[in-house]
Write a protein that binds this ligand. Sequence first.
Ligand code: BES
Ligand code: MN
Ligand code: ZN
Length: 493
Amino acid sequence: MEFQIKNSAIITKQKAECLVISIASGKNQSDFVKDIDNSTHGLVSQLIKSGDISSELGRTTLLYANSNNLKQKLLFVGCDKAKNFDLSQAKKVIQAVIKEVLAKKIKNIAWDLLTINQANSAQIAKQLPQIVSDITYQFDEFKTTKAPVPSLTNVTLFTHNENELPQLASNLLQGQIIADAIATTKNIANMPSNVCNAKYLADQGKQLGKLHSSLKVTCLGEDELAKLSMNAYLAVGRGSENESIMTIIEYAGAKDKQAKPYVLVGKGLTFDSGGISIKPSAGMDEMKYDMCGAATVYGVMQAVAELKLPINVVGIMAGCENMPDGNSYRPGDILTTMSGTTVEVINTDAEGRLVLCDALTYVERYNPKAVIDIATLTGACIVALGHHYTGVMGNNDQLIAQLVSASQKAGDKAWALPIDNDFQEQIKSTCADIVNAGGRDGGTITAACFLSRFTEKYQWAHLDIAGTAWSSGAKKGATGRPVAMLIQYLLDQ
Ligand code: BES
Ligand code: MN
Ligand code: ZN
C-alpha cells in the first residue's frame, strides 16, 4: 500500500476513485466540504441538515458517483469535535473508513484526515499506516486457500500548509516502516513451533543481516553457550531435540562506532510446554507464542536499520525450547548461572527467567547505555494488567518513565509496576542463592526481582508482554506489540 501527502486546498481535483471527507460537529465545515458542496449544488449541506451525513465519531456515509454531478465516490466520515480529534479518536475514524473502503473494494482514496486537527496531525500521520496494516494483515501461509489481496493500494492525504509538508511526509514514512516492522514481528511470532525453532530464528536473523549492510548477525549454539557457562539457559533447552541458539543482531548507526549501545533482549521460547512441571493441555498450543519477545526484537532491528537511526543498538533473540524428556532439567536442580549466582529450580515452567538471566549477563560486555528485555514472562501479568497494558519494571526510574511515555506516544500502552526490596524476600532459597519461582503472589514482580539480580551493572528495564503479545479466541494471533513502543523509545533517543 502506498501513502503520499500533498499540499492542496482543492480536493475535488484529485483523481482518486473515492474522496474521503471528514465531517466535524458544529457549523464551520472545512474548505473541502464547502468545495464539494459547491460542486454538488448544495447536496452536502442538505444531507448534513437532514442528518443523513453525521458528525458522529466513525459514522460513514457513501455517495456513489454519477449522482448530482459527482465524478468520484464520496465517503463522509464523522469526526465529532475537531478540537478533540486526537490519536484515539483518529484510530476509530481510520478503522471505520478503511473497513468501508475495503468492503466496497475501492482501490484508491484521497482523504482530508490530516486537516481536521493540525495539532495532532503529525502523530496521526505516523499512526495511519500502522492502523491500515493492522486491519489488512493476514497470516495465511498455512492456508491452502489464500486470503484475497486487499483492494486498496493508494492513500493520498492533504495539508493546507506547505510548511507542514516535510514533517508530515517524514512521519508518514516512519509510520510505514513501523507498520512493516510490526507485520514482520507478527509473521515470525505466528510461526508454529514445528517450523519456528531457535535455528529458524537464527536463519531469519542471518537473512535480515544480508538485507542490511548496517547489521552484523552472530549465532551462538550450544557449544558456544557452554563455553560461556550459560548453564541456566542451556538447562532449559536440554529436554528439547532442537538446539538452543542465541542470535545477536548488532547495528552501528552512531557516528562513534564505540558509542554505548541500547541493548534489547527477547525471550525466544519457541515452545514452552512447562518441561517436567508440565502445563495443563488446555491452551498449551498458545505457548508457540512464547517467542514473541524475540520476534519483537527482530521487528525493531529491521526498523532501526530501515530508519537508519543515529545510535548503536544490539538485539538478542534468546532461542530455546522447553520440553519434558529424560534429559530435561528438573525441579530441585541447582544451576550455576553465567554470573556465578546459583538458582534452585522450583518449577521448570519458570524457564523464561533462566534463559534471560544468562543472556542479560552476556550483554554486560557491550557496556550498554540501557538494556531492555522483552518477555512473555508471567501469566500473573495478565491478571494484573489484562490484555491492554504491557508491564514495565526495572532498576532506573528515568528509563521506566521514558518507556511509558514512548508507549503513550505510540498508542502501545504500558504501565509500570513496583519492584521494591519487599518482594525480593520471595525468591530466597534455603540451599542456593535464589529460587526461580517466588510463588503466586505478585508473580510478575518476583519474576522481575529474579532478573534484577543479573542486571546490576547497567540501566535496565523489563517488559512483560504475556498479556499483550498475542490475542486468543476467534482473533488468535500475534499482535506485534510492543514493537511500536520500542521504536518510539529509540526514536526519542
Ligand atoms: N510463558 C509462560 C508465561 C505465560 C503464561 C505467558 C500464559 C502467557 C500466558 C512462562 O514461562 C510461565 O510458564 N510462567 C509461569 C511462572 C510460574 C511457574 C512461576 C506462570 O506464569 O505460571
Ligand atoms: Mn513457562
Ligand atoms: Zn515461558
